[in-house]
Design a protein around this ligand. Sequence first.
Ligand code: 3EB
Length: 345
Amino acid sequence: MLPANITPANGMLAALYLRQAELPAALDLIGERGLGAVGFGGEPPADLPCMLPRLEIAMPQRLPAEPLVEIWLGVSRATWGRTGAIHWACDGHHLFGSLQTDAEADIRGATARAYDALFRLLEQQGYPHLVRVWNYFPGINREESGLERYRQFNIGRQEAFLRANRPLSGALPAACALGTHAGPLVVYFVAARIPLIPVENPRQLSAYRYPPAYGPRSPSFSRATVLRSADQTAVFVSGTASILGHMSVHPGDAAAQTRETLMNLAALVETLNGGASGGFTWEDFRYKVYVRPGCPLEPIKYELAAMLPAAEAILIVEADICRRELLVEIEAFGSRSLGNPGEPM
Ligand code: 3EB
């Protein structure tokens, strides 16, 4: 059996972080409800179902010491398929997909083509609402054709949103964009049949309204998105960093950046609790922390421990953050069942 703390409730979208030793006990569940498997700094284990979308992100895992595999589980039996470069899986409510494409040069074009294909798939499969996107590519802070690659990426992403007649503000997906040390552009995503509820952060300017100082096209993402169905509320928190308004704060100070990021997360959770989804606490989330290579871990761990629940809920990986002066970024996912006893209805 899986330990109680990682047993996903029936009928809930869930993200599990499993150690190799825990995998055998989860294989039946993954064979039935598995939507995807993600490894950090290594391949996901070979004994997973062969049709399950699986990807490796070139971001070495810093903590815990034992490698984890991120497994996404749908709410009921999954079906798996492949359309062009996209491997996908769906459960009747959610579609998970992943794609990889060469991005050594022309990150703008590679991004635009990836999102074109992604949006086409969502329409074809009938999951039109893009809820969460993870974007990973090499050399994110490197200049390409006179512009930082993260800014090129933002141009390509926005071009694809426009071509697909999608809004550039409001109901945008939650997202993150981080730099790997090598490898392709990797995009993975969750889409839904039902519309998402976007949530913005009162401490931060909406990224889609960033001034042109941060690049010619603004980033197309929401601070968080909520999926609310009859029996569950799922919350996808975007990569969150030490940004107040639109400005990076505490350059060079990893501990202060971590504290600021946690304050941003607290404000975001407070906002979403006041709106579409009540009662989320720190304990309802799993966290992924990105730390810039060469940045000492101890001060960051110390700050995380002061605010977040047990260290088991935290995965720390090494990645370049999309602004050079930023050293830390934190994302989260959590879901609550609406049928829980003791929960306000
Ligand atoms: C920020 O808040 C920090 O471009 O998809 C966070 C989450 C960040 C998502 C993205 C970028 C993205 O602007 C960086």
